[in-house]
Design a protein. Structure first.
Ligand SMILES: NC(=O)c1ccc[n+]([C@@H]2O[C@H](COP(=O)([O-])OP(=O)(O)OC[C@H]3O[C@@H](n4cnc5c(N)ncnc54)[C@H](O)[C@@H]3O)[C@@H](O)[C@H]2O)c1
Length: 387
């Protein structure tokens, strides 16, 4: 694993717990972790259960006792690390968004195809049992033709103007702001549940344009540098966009870090000709469903606690009603990754999904600049010509 803070903790926890909950033929062995600061990476290796550490990620890739490279560093490092790992024949799990630009994402996809290695993107929210169950209902036709997807990812952790200029607010490190950080997740959920997006129209806004310097310090916390030098925020604080899907559905999306009181409000509602579903991460074990063929007088949204043994992934955990949490979405994702490595295929979401997601992100940025609709397929075709 390269990197060891917020996602480093989430992924390491999932590697440790995976053999405990899932009976798999292939199980992860936490062989080594890489970080630039020897003191800090040593502490992380001990705490998170890695047998060894490296202070240069390239050394990790050279090692022949490592099969899988897990990239949990800021976005500007993903492309170089993933391509180097794939060229060395390693399997790769990469955090989202996979790149800073669509061209880089396409380069990563090409490297993945050439390598024959297994590749996956860490869009963990797909792996909430309630989201997988929603997908099952949609696939079974329980909602019929899909008309609307309405998705929001609402946070508020940067609202205080004294929140420092961390890597998440610098374009050269992160690519985009709320758009790529949390918008990427709802784009993935919409693609997973409803299908491919044909075109988008979006707007971006940066409410606080200057902040004091500082660093992320674990989770979504930060520390301000003593110098307190002010610097320019170069990414969006909020992104709002609408889309048309290939299958005719309409999408409305909102990704913002300025929705006060919403700590991690990742929500969607999908309306189809025969029913609707609603989900909210902060109440992640529940799925609200409405079916138009329910008896008249008893119609309305009802709540299913998606914790029955028959529900996706739940037979690995506890008896019905004994809920699971955020961290288990990573275990579920990793169980698919281990099966992929065992059997030699790249489970979805893989780098193809990563590139499609990046195309939507880039299209929204282009749309916001030009105030025009942007066609996703055309953008990908034009970008792939530059490969
Ligand atoms: N799937 C999710 O829900 C989710 C949530 C948060 C973040 N992420 C993604 O995970 C990635 C990491 O985010 P985070 O919140 O863990 O960040 P973070 O700031 O908490 O941790 C980043 C880690 O990368 C290390 N690092 C930075 N540059 C490095 C380099 N050049 N070489 C080696 N190590 C380096 C840092 O020292 C730190 O350990 C990002 O791509 C982010 O978008 C995903």
């Amino acid at each position: 694993m390269i990197g060891y803070q917020f996602m480093g903790k989430a992924h390491s926890h999932a590697y440790r717990d995976l053999p405990f909950f899932f009976d798999l033929n292939y199980q992860p062995v936490q062989q080594a972790i890489a970080g630039r600061n020897e003191q800090a990476v040593k502490v992380a290796a001990d705490k998170m259960g890695y047998a060894s550490y490296e202070t240069d990620w390239r050394k990790l890739i050279e090692r022949d006792d490592i099969d899988l490279i897990d990239i949990v560093t800021p976005n500007n490092t993903h492309t170089e690390m993933a391509i180097a790992a794939l060229e060395a024949g390693k399997h790769v799990l990469c955090e989202k968004p996979i790149a800073l630009s669509l061209l880089d994402a396409e380069r990563m996809l090409e490297a993945a195809k050439k390598s024959g290695a297994v590749h996956m993107v860490s869009h963990n929210y797909r792996f909430a049992p309630a989201v997988q169950f929603a997908k099952k209902l949609i696939n079974e036709g329980r909602l019929g033709k899909i008309y609307h997807v309405r998705a929001q990812y609402l946070q508020d952790f940067v609202m205080d103007p004294s929140f420092p200029l961390v890597w998440r607010l610098k374009k050269e490190v992160t690519g985009s702001g709320a758009l790529g950080d949390i918008g990427a997740h709802i784009i993935d959920l919409a693609r997973f549940l409803v299908g491919e997006i044909r075109e988008v129209n979006g707007m971006l806004e940066t409410f606080i344009k200057e902040r004091p310097s500082g660093e992320m310090s674990g989770g979504l916390s930060s520390t301000t540098s003593e110098a307190e030098q002010m610097g320019e925020v170069t990414v969006d604080d909020a992104a709002i966009f609408m889309s048309r899907f290939e299958n005719g559905a309409l999408g409305t999306f909102e990704a913002t870090r300025f929705a006060g009181g919403n700590r991690n409000g990742n929500r969607f509602e999908i309306n189809g000709e025969k029913g609707s579903i609603r989900w909210d991460l902060e109440n992640m074990n529940n799925l609200e469903v409405f079916f138009a063929d329910d008896e008249e007088g008893l119609q309305g949204f009802r709540t299913i606690n998606v914790t029955e043994e028959s529900h996706p992934y739940m037979s690995n955990y506890w008896p019905a009603g004994h809920i699971i949490g955020y961290e288990h979405t990573f275990l579920n994702l990793f169980s698919e990754l281990m099966k992929g490595i065992e059997k030699g295929y790249s489970p979805e979401p893989n780098f193809e999904d990563g590139a499609k997601n990046q195309a939507v992100l880039e299209a929204i940025q282009l749309s916001a600049e030009s105030r025009q609709w942007v066609d996703i397929k055309h953008l990908r075709e034009e970008t792939r010509k530059k490969l």
